[in-house]
Design a protein around this ligand. Sequence first.
Ligand code: GLN
Ligand code: ZN
Length: 749
Amino acid sequence: MSTTIIGFPRLGEFRELKFTTEKYFRKEISEEELLAVAKDLRAKHWNIVKEKGITEIPSNDFSHYDNFLDAAFLFNVVPASVQNLDLSDLERYFALGRGYQGEKGDVRALPMKKWFNTNYHYIVPKFEKDTQVKLAGHKIFDEFQEAKELGLNTRPVLVGPFTFLQLSDFEEGVKAEDFVDSLVAAYQEVFAKLAELGATRIQLDEAALVKDLTAEEKALFLNLYNKLLADKKGLEVLLQTYFGDVRDVYADLVKLPVDAIGLDFVEGKKTLELVKSGFPADKTLYAGIVNGKNIWRNNYEKSLAILEQIPAENIVLTSSCSLLHVPFTTANEEFEPAILNHFAFAVEKLDEIRDLDAIRNGQGEEALAANKELFATERVGENAELRARIAGLTDADYTRLPAFAEREAIQEEAFKLPALPTTTIGSFPQTKEVRAKRLAYRKGELSQEEYDAFLAETIDEWIKWQEDIDFDVLVHGEFERNDMVEYFGQNLSGYLFSKNGWVQSYGMRGVKPPIIWGDVTRLNPITVKWSSYAQSRTNKPVKGMLTGPVTILNWSFPREDISIKDSTLQIALAIKDEVLDLEAAGVKIIQIDEAALREKLPLRRSDWYEDYLDWAIPAFRLVHSTVAPDTQIHTHMCYSEFTDIIPAIDNLDADVISFEASRSNLEILDELKAKNFQTEVGPGVYDIHSPRVPNEGEIDNTIEAILAKVPSKKVWINPDCGLKTRGIPETKESLIRLVEAAKAAREKL
Ligand code: GLN
Ligand code: ZN
């Protein structure tokens, strides 16, 4: 009987790591204090896993910022600019993640990218010509030792060499193959050290294997593993995959001298089929059967039916991916039992894995009976009127008329904006004061009138400031919103909100995805009040600010009893009603954020359109198809990882799109040019994910780079995302530079 998990959440039950790290960033506590809190958390988490009866406990799944960054640090893949900073190890580590601006130097943060099809973001290391790959860190050893001192023989977790190379960047002139030998040697050194410390098995995470692989990529994988496994230094190797199936390499994988293979039976469409074709008797199969990405209870009968079909002799039950992607525990939630019973967060998933294992071993009858009963009763009814509205939709509902080119001319006339118009993405800093007022209002300590007065005053201040520094299209600042999805969800039927359901998103930041419980309809107008108020305070256009249906869906925990396509269409109709109300209230520019459009894009290209884009893009069009030609529809997307779906983005048929580009060197511009992108476009001119203020001339250069690729009449100038996480001084400084740079560029046109 063996059970395990791929990894555990690391922020802590009450996000202790986040709050402590932020104190450290603000220099309120010392490095030692931060390290001590982290150590306590690790001990606490290991103990929870152990007490739940999980037999194999992972270590090094903890991270102070990001596991991928940990691997870069471990193997010395650190740019010279950071190597040379005269700082402590931990400070240099954070400098890579968030940039550093201080007495000792000025370095930018490394880029950040979406971690496969999740809302987690990893830091992208860069291999440079003079990168010397070698064993340079000790975190993985320290944490193994730390657990050992607590009496636990853990299984250290490390990003595998293939995924490490596949997901890193390479400076021009170097490529992955150049680093195979040095990387293999460094991994083997890790093996040797761990073996020496008493470890028996290491987990190498190779999620990159679930993507489509070219012949070269396959060759790289085999080359790496043939070399690596030639000498395992006495350690057993678990090659762990997740987020899909490994159809491209399965046949090779089972022949490799690894000791165990971890496969995903939840998201891997073909995993069962592959395993049925044969699984070697001398290897252990780690069967990922409990969903690490969603919060619904596991259906034991269904899981057991899958497990029964697996021919492997040695099976360890595990999660489908790291539990990093679900909240910590349902124990602190306040839902009534009839609702709460349907949820399993990380801690409860440990119970499920252990239950399933017990049932397979002829125990756990009670757990099985209770689970059967849960799934036997109807959880939620359906909204007949809404279902009929969706059934009645025709092609015309998905088509905006007149066509884009004609609208562009009409809008040019209507708005008379200068060339290179300036705007921001929506939110302004959510200061302590803003958050305190919102909380007080929620708790009933602040009356509606007092709260409204505060919001009006704050909006007034920022509208005036935007006018003063001469922005062309203003925003109201989103001070009334806690979160771009939760705020909408609170005004939609069918949504539930957890109290403490935080999931790590990037760095120490967490998000709290709401839960789609039933059919979704709009309960009342959501944004009209503050958007029309803001518009009434200025003669310049103020953008209405909405979150799009695909993003609302992707940043919620979706239902599993109806398709995500059907849920998305329900949300689209709700947002459509909001768009039309805003328009009727005189808001002439409406931004519909699709920050997370890319998120659920299938990892395999062959599934992109059929499984996703073919309904996600129309769902967005459904939202804005019936607005007037002179209403301008903007959209915004984060993390520019859409270079390969440019035509689909044009197909959203928005009038303007803004997106993140500054952290990824504006690579996407080439693609916009190549695909003759029609939508007007604001590739972010500076990175808002770091507190760093762009230097004099920096934004000017970026604008120049944009204008080299995109016709000036299509270009907007904006930061690369909303500013809610930033402080006021750095925001104002940066935006003043932005407007100055736009004006200077305008002069030169
Ligand atoms: N309008 C949102 C904001 O400015 C967009 C946020 C996002 O893209 N994540 O905060
Ligand atoms: Zn964004």
